[in-house]
Ligand binder design. Structure first.
Ligand code: NAD
Length: 481
């Protein structure tokens, strides 16, 4: 077999120790890989590269398309960009996959039957960090969700379930509140789910879903969710299995993939030789499956499971009564190497036949719906001390428009004029809602309206068009509207 080139970064903190241990196990298992080393993280940030990764490192990634990455330290303070977010977005890594399995009775856990996988959308949502300050008192973060973003991750979750023989996919959203953003994710889940009738599927609201992850994780199998929710529940799921030091994750795109431990660079234990290399090793196992070396992956994972069974544990999971030998990073790797070829006795052994990399993800194509401009929301920065919406309404009503009728004013999503409740707190950013007098408005009409508001001294900070798609309202109503 010819060797597969992979890009490797040793990272910061405990990164170099756990990467050395991981690569030693991969080599001993006969993995056919040819690592190319790149530098990322603290040293690069300190050279003044705000992204933490230099241009020449991208060349390696673009060539190998596979990245095994140790954790890095993100410097505190402004100006630095998260390398993880940059890498995910630049390489189009749309799905983050985190298997969370308990290793009872060898690793202490309150949830011995846990064996779940969180698949999280990786590029969009509030996590994209698109934020604006609109007035002295109001900031806004945008939750941007695309149909394609939902389709790719949902389809990946079903394909993953199919490839790994998983029986159920659970979708978690908050579509009872975010009817459009989360509603889109859920409706895509329902649509694509129809193509996988053999897989059980359900939807749970994310708040109770998180409670179930913490309390009854054994009832879950594959969970697919939006970026921010996935970020939170995957940490809960990893923690309840015993230690953040155990979990690996993959970030999958159409052409690229990145594999890493779920934990950070653990500066508190760096250089001591005591870090658990299992998280990165599990990530490397996922990488081997991805590049079609499932046999080596299974060999390593079974040896690793046997090492856990034999009670050879690093300090983070060492417990009297559960563990037998306390091992440092290197000694733990050597214990795994010594067990290559062995199978676990009590824990379930693994085998990997299929991998998802070469599978073409079919795309759903839908005709673009008809779209008409029903109105416009104009957001304004206005503060007159009392913040009385009736005063603002007087100013606004004095602005004539042939095209639009001024309907109402809302503050923070609640109607405050007409018929507002005096108890409603009003910030200094307001939403003026205008509806078209005819069935449809034009861009020119919006420009005329903004011109008139500007002439009246009204400080507008943003507009949002109100569209109907295929004749259906596609914007939210304020509370009380
Ligand atoms: P952390 O995950 O590094 O550490 C949290 C705790 O878990 C620490 O007590 C640490 O000692 C322990 N721990 C983590 N990994 C371990 C291992 N393999 N073996 C034994 N114990 C382990 O989280 P943190 O302290 O919040 O972050 C430290 C740095 O890592 C920060 O600069 C943060 O930005 C960065 N970070 C990087 C990544 C990444 O590169 N993917 C992810 C998370 C955090």
């Amino acid at each position: 077999m010819s060797k597969t080139k992979i890009t490797v970064a040793y990272g910061d903190g405990i990164g170099p120790e756990i990467m050395k241990a991981t690569l030693a196990v991969l080599n001993a298992a006969g993995a056919e890989i040819e690592p190319e080393i790149i530098e990322i993280g603290e040293k690069v940030y300190k050279k003044g590269v705000s992204t933490g990764i230099e241009a020449k490192a991208w060349d390696s990634l673009k060539e190998t398309k596979v990245f095994l990455k140790a954790p890095i330290t993100t410097p505190q303070g402004g100006g630095f960009k998260s390398l993880n977010v940059t890498t995910r977005k630049t390489l189009g890594l749309y799905a983050n996959v985190r298997p969370c399995r308990a290793y009872h009775p060898f690793v202490k856990t309150h949830h011995p039957a846990t064996d779940m996988v969180v698949i999280r959308e990786n590029e969009e949502d509030l996590y994209a960090g698109i934020e604006y300050q609109q007035s002295p008192d109001v900031v806004q973060a945008i939750k941007l969700i695309s149909r394609q973003g939902c389709e790719r991750v949902v389809r990946y979750a079903f394909e993953y379930a199919r490839a790994y023989g998983r029986r159920k996919v659970t979708c978690m959203t908050k579509d009872n509140i975010m009817k459009q953003a989360d509603g889109l994710f859920r409706s895509v889940f329902n649509e694509i789910g129809k193509e996988y009738p053999e897989i059980e599927q359900n939807h749970i609201i994310i708040d109770i879903g998180s409670a179930i992850v913490a309390d009854r994780p054994e009832t879950l199998d594959v969970v697919v969710t939006l970026n921010l929710y996935g970020d939170i529940i995957s940490d809960i799921a990893a923690q309840i299995t015993g230690s953040v030091g155990l979990g690996g994750s993959s970030n999958i795109g159409e052409n690229y993939a990145m594999f890493e431990a779920i934990h950070g660079s653990a500066p508190d234990i760096a250089g001591k030789g005591i870090a658990n290399p299992s998280g990165l090793l599990n990530a490397a196992i996922m990488m081997l499956v991805h590049i079609g070396q499932g046999e080596a992956a299974a060999k390593i994972q079974n040896a690793w499971l046997k090492t856990l069974e034999d009670g050879v544990h690093t300090g983070d999971i060492y417990k009297d009564g559960f563990s037998k030998t306390k091992a440092g990073t290197q000694a733990f790797a050597e214990a795994v190497i010594a067990r290559l070829g062995q199978q676990p006795v009590d824990l379930q052994a693994v085998s990997y036949q299929s991998h998802l990399q070469k599978q073409k993800m079919p795309k759903t194509s839908k005709p673009r719906p008809g779209k008409s401009l029903a109105g416009v929301d104009v957001f304004v920065d206005w503060n007159k001390g009392t913040n009385d919406p009736n005063e603002l309404a007087e100013l606004v009503q004095a602005v004539a428009s042939d095209d639009f009728e001024h309907k109402n004013i809302a503050s923070r999503g609640v109607i405050v004029y007409p018929n507002g409740n005096p108890e409603t707190f009003c910030a200094d950013q307001w939403r003026l809602r205008y509806m078209a007098k005819e069935t449809e408005a034009s861009h020119q009409a919006v420009v005329r309206l903004l011109g008139a508001l500007s002439d009246a001294g009204i400080d507008f900070v943003k507009t949002e068009h109100l569209y109907d798609f295929d004749g259906k309202r596609a914007y939210s109503l304020a509370q009380g509207e």
